[in-house]
Design a protein around this ligand. Structure first.
Ligand code: NAD
Length: 313
């Protein structure tokens, strides 16, 4: 098949692009490199640097494409509180630009990377797709809004759409920005360096961590699965892990002597998150294969950034 991946140089996009290329598909990648790195992409991924709002570029890239994966986005929740307009421009505007261009060119299917963040803080767990959405950040609002645009424009113009609400993905090459980095790579780096692991509040908040290769398998399946048109599907491990337990596990797998430092924080994020993945099992035959512990070990082994840190200790 012929695929276009937006956000192809990012953490999930590059893992997906390389997997599809490995399977022998034709893969085009678009990314503005605002946070991604195209050096990660295999040589046979056809990479173009560009903005997801650039419709003439999209018209060209969409020629002969069977399925689009839409992953390009600004992805940092905390940053979105400061720059909601940029999050709207890229995450919502970029999605509408892409859908318009798909309509113009006539592409059959789009798989959209939505987020478990759209659920916000909920009493009832695990979260299934019927739950009310309570987005609590501009990032979460932008993903939910993009989901609606994808489905609405898809319905109007006969484009098949699948939205995957991905929970907390982790694995090698996840972005590690200087401010508000994602918890897993941040704590792995701290553990390897021997610094303290800073746990916000009491660490009793839970998250559903899902390893990158499992997310990629769900994305691959979504391109060809039957009976998924208009579907919104959770992708997680189905297991909730307390952040304090994650920190302990990270110390263990990295054989680190680092200490846990609990700090008070006004906003430790949502209190619990666990995905109900029964719909993914049913529609995509999705079964997570890599446990949290195994995924942490693989990330340490495979991510060259932790090697550099180890070498510098
Ligand atoms: P990432 O930041 O590594 O990837 C996003 C990519 O989009 C980056 O390479 C960035 O350069 C690119 N990009 C940003 N703005 C762009 C623009 N205007 N035009 C073209 N490219 C642009 O993040 P990721 O973790 O790989 O996330 C990929 C997608 O999955 C995102 O849509 C994100 O919202 C979604 N998602 C990720 C997770 C997770 O845990 N990683 C969870 C839920 C949803």
């Amino acid at each position: 098949m012929n695929f276009l991946i937006t956000g192809a140089a990012g953490f999930l996009g590059s893992a997906l692009a390389n997997q599809l290329a490995r399977e022998g598909h034709v893969v085009r990648g678009l990314d503005d490199l605002s946070s991604g790195e195209n050096e990660r992409l295999f040589e046979d991924v056809h990479f173009t640097r560009g903005d997801v709002n650039d419709r003439p570029k999209l018209w060209t890239l969409l020629q002969d494409i069977d399925c689009v994966y839409h992953l390009a986005a600004r992805v940092r929740v905390a940053e979105s509180l400061l720059y909601p307009r940029e999050y709207t421009d890229v995450n919502v505007g970029g999605t509408v630009s892409l859908m318009e261009a798909m309509r113009d060119v006539g592409v059959r299917r789009v798989v959209f990377a939505s987020s478990g963040a759209v659920y916000g803080d909920q009493e009832v767990q695990p979260l299934n797709e019927e739950a009310n959405t309570l987005p609590s950040s501009p990032y979460a609002v932008s993903k939910l809004s993009a989901e609606y645009y994808v489905r609405t424009i898809g319905t109007l113009w006969g484009i098949e759409t699948v939205s995957l609400r991905i929970f907390n993905a982790f694995g090698p090459n996840q972005q590690l920005p200087p401010s508000h980095p994602p918890v897993v790579p941040n704590w792995l780096r701290q553990a390897v360096r021997g610094g303290s692991l800073v746990v916000h509040a009491d660490g009793q908040q839970t998250r559903d961590f899902v390893y990158v290769t499992d997310v990629v398998r769900s994305l691959v399946a979504a391109a060809t699965a039957p009976n998924v048109d208009r579907a919104v599907i959770n992708i997680g491990s189905g297991i909730e892990t307390r952040l304090a337990d994650l920190a302990e596990m990270i110390l263990e797998v990295s054989h680190s002597q680092a200490e846990l430092l609990f700090t008070p924080r006004n906003d430790p994020g949502v209190s619990r998150t666990r995905a109900d993945i029964s719909l993914a099992k049913k529609l995509l035959s999705f079964e997570p294969k890599v446990s949290l512990e195994e995924g942490l070990k693989r990330t340490l082994d495979e991510d060259p950034r932790f090697e550099t840190v180890k070498a510098n200790v």
